[in-house]
Design a protein around this ligand. Structure first.
Ligand code: AMP
Length: 223
């Protein structure tokens, strides 16, 4: 099954993507994580992406589609995958269909109001070494501001600073929100409320996916 997760920054795509991956066994691909890795490694691609990411702007479409194409061509993605943060606009959505040659089965928007997004992102901390994510409200290690796994310092992500959050939300409404109509027309669009607890949001996503899986089994059985 191919699942696309999208929603405003802070809606919990990454967290929910990990939970879906664990339960259903499809690997997750996060373009944000892939780009941050390139930046950290100081690769030519990372250098190109870094400036735009720090400003909260989208990275060039060609760069991200190239990364996605390389990933989904690998054998472990044959049975399906979860896309977190891709596509971010209609051009990327069209490019995805071209490279995967198939349509996703479920596109799930996790919606959230702007104030909650700002509060959540401002409270997010990331481990400078292993990339583990913490939140001042939900999950913090006992020893303030150090990672439980590797003991390294936790930082506020460059793009979680208030002025960059503002730009990321603007980019979301100007470019990514258009995916709603795009996928509604394809009849694969679903929407869940991202305001609830991690468990509630996950339960709602699972209901959608379980129904999709049951329906596809019925269709196969009838054939
Ligand atoms: P995320 O971790 O998904 O919030 O992404 C962090 C940043 O990476 C975004 O603000 C963009 O600058 C960049 N990025 C991630 N995914 C994409 C994408 N599909 N297209 C363009 N830029 C992206």
């Amino acid at each position: 099954m191919r699942i696309i997760l999208f929603g405003p920054p802070g809606c919990g795509k990454g967290t929910q993507g990990d939970l879906i991956s664990k339960k259903y066994g499809f690997p997750k691909i996060s373009t944000g994580d892939l780009l941050r890795h390139e930046v950290q490694e100081g690769t030519p691609l990372g250098k190109k992406a870094e400036v735009r990411m720090a400003k909260g702007e989208l990275v060039n479409d060609e760069i991200v589609i190239k990364m996605i194409k390389k990933r989904i061509a690998q054998p472990e993605y044959k049975k399906g995958y979860i896309l977190d943060g891709f596509p971010r606009n209609v051009i990327q959505a069209q490019m995805l269909e071209e490279v995967s040659q198939e349509q996703a089965e479920a596109v799930i928007e996790i919606y959230l109001n702007d104030q909650t997004a700002k509060n959540r992102l401002g409270a997010r901390r990331i481990c400078s070494c292993c990339g583990a994510i913490y939140n001042l409200f939900v999950k913090m290690p006992d020893k303030e501001e150090t990672c439980v796994t590797c003991g390294e310092k936790l930082n506020l992500r460059e793009d979680d600073k208030p002025e960059v959050i503002k730009e990321r939300l603007k980019v979301y409404y100007e470019q990514t929100e258009s995916l709603i109509d795009y996928y509604k027309r394809k009849r694969i669009y679903y929407r869940v409320d991202g305001e609830g607890t991690i468990e509630t949001v996950f339960r709602n996503i699972c209901s959608i996916l379980d129904e999709k899986i049951a329906n596809s089994r019925e269709v196969k059985f009838a054939q």
